[in-house]
Structures are given as structure tokens and as C-alpha cells.
Write a protein of this length. Structure first.
Length: 112
């Protein structure tokens, strides 16, 4: 296991990307335990900072993420999970959590 750089609370950011379309699906955090679990099970596993617990994507919703590849950036402080997404990635029901954009006047609008 590489010496990944976790922040002072033990977290590393994880960007989740569709392995086929390359669409960015979501961003979450993981601790070392969740990264190791993801690598061994191939199920995207994160740490919920708001609920203060581990979660495997799709355990309750059925919208699972099968991890095809784990990429690490040049500084070893950010990961990308390339996944096969089943169902929607976002808890709002959208395919991606990034379904809105900020316009030139600062308003938040849904992507067209």
C-alpha cells in the first residue's frame, strides 16, 4: 500500500468517475480503512463526516459503484475511483452530484 497523504483528521478526498463515460459522479472522503476495503472488495466505500461512520455506496439505495480502478494523484493526497455505476450516484436522484452550474451572474442553475 502506498504512503497516501491523509489530512490531519485522517481523510483523503475521493473523486468518483464513471469508467465508461468519464463523467464525474461525486466527491466524498475516505479514511485508510475505507480505501483498503475499496481495494479489496471493489465496492466503493467512503466515510460520512456528517454521520461519522463508514458507508458502502448503494448499501441502502441499491445504487452501487463497482470499482474498476483506483488512481492516485502526483502528491498522493487525492484519489479517483473509476467505477461502473448502477443507478444514480447522487442522493437527489440525479446521475451525478454535479448537475448544477453557477452562471455569470452568480446564480445556481441546473445544467442544460
Amino acid at each position: 500500500m502506498p504512503d497516501l497523504k491523509y489530512d490531519d483528521k485522517g481523510f483523503i478526498p475521493v473523486i468518483c468517475q464513471d469508467a465508461d463515460t468519464k463523467q464525474i459522479l461525486m466527491m466524498a472522503y475516505a479514511k485508510k480503512e475505507q480505501v483498503l476495503k475499496t481495494i479489496t472488495t471493489r465496492k466503493a466505500t467512503y466515510f460520512s463526516r456528517s454521520r461519522n461512520c463508514e458507508w458502502v455506496k448503494g448499501e441502502t439505495s441499491g445504487n452501487t459503484q463497482q470499482v474498476i480502478k483506483v488512481l492516485v494523484d502526483c502528491d498522493l493526497d487525492t484519489l479517483i475511483y473509476l467505477v461502473k455505476q448502477k443507478g444514480n450516484a447522487c442522493h437527489t436522484g440525479n446521475q451525478s452530484c454535479f448537475y448544477r452550474q453557477i452562471s455569470e451572474n452568480g446564480e445556481i442553475n441546473e445544467n442544460e
